[in-house]
Ligand binder design. Structure first.
Ligand code: DQA
Length: 147
């Protein structure tokens, strides 16, 4: 029962980056809270952050056959990356797409995502609380169902 949390470029700056948009909670806090929520459901959560597209592709490929669900905030790659989309489809692991901010209330070029039509679910604009919702959803609906 294993979950992989992936955060893309600039999300290592969470908590200090444009706090009026992304809030004050750090990525370290998000990752440790997510691990605790998963543990309370008897699941193991691993987290990964990278600013590099290829590194994210490599991490997704390494999860093949080992992970029940992926939660991914692709950051700016949301709007550009066919490669990360293809990696997720290639490993056939169900995934939740997550954005801290409401991308639909921002610049028009943030409205398109290369992930949304393939995601099991999308969480947008709930701030870092979205990560908790995503982990709980994956635990209850992806992981526990397989028991
Ligand atoms: C983001 C939204 C993206 O448009 C942006 O490039 C990010 C973060 C979010 O979490 O709201 O880096 O994915």
């Amino acid at each position: 029962k294993s979950i992989l949390l992936i955060n893309g470029p600039n999300l290592n700056l969470l908590g200090t980056r444009e706090p009026h948009i992304y809030g004050h909670t750090t990525l370290a806090d998000v990752e440790s809270n997510s691990r605790e929520v998963a543990a309370s459901h008897g699941a193991i959560l691993e987290s990964f952050q990278s600013n590099h597209e290829g590194a994210i592709v490599d991490r997704i490929q390494a999860a093949r056959g080992k992970v029940d669900g992926i939660i991914i905030n692709p950051g700016a790659y949301t709007h550009t990356s066919v490669a990360i989309r293809d990696a997720l489809l290639g490993v056939a692991i169900p995934f939740i797409e997550l954005h801290v901010s409401n991308v639909h209330a921002r610049e028009p070029w943030r409205h398109h995502s290369y992930f949304s039509d393939k995601a099991a679910g999308i969480i947008v604009g709930l701030g870092v609380y979205g990560y908790k919702v995503a982990v709980e959803h994956v635990c209850v609906n992806f992981v526990e169902k397989e028991k």
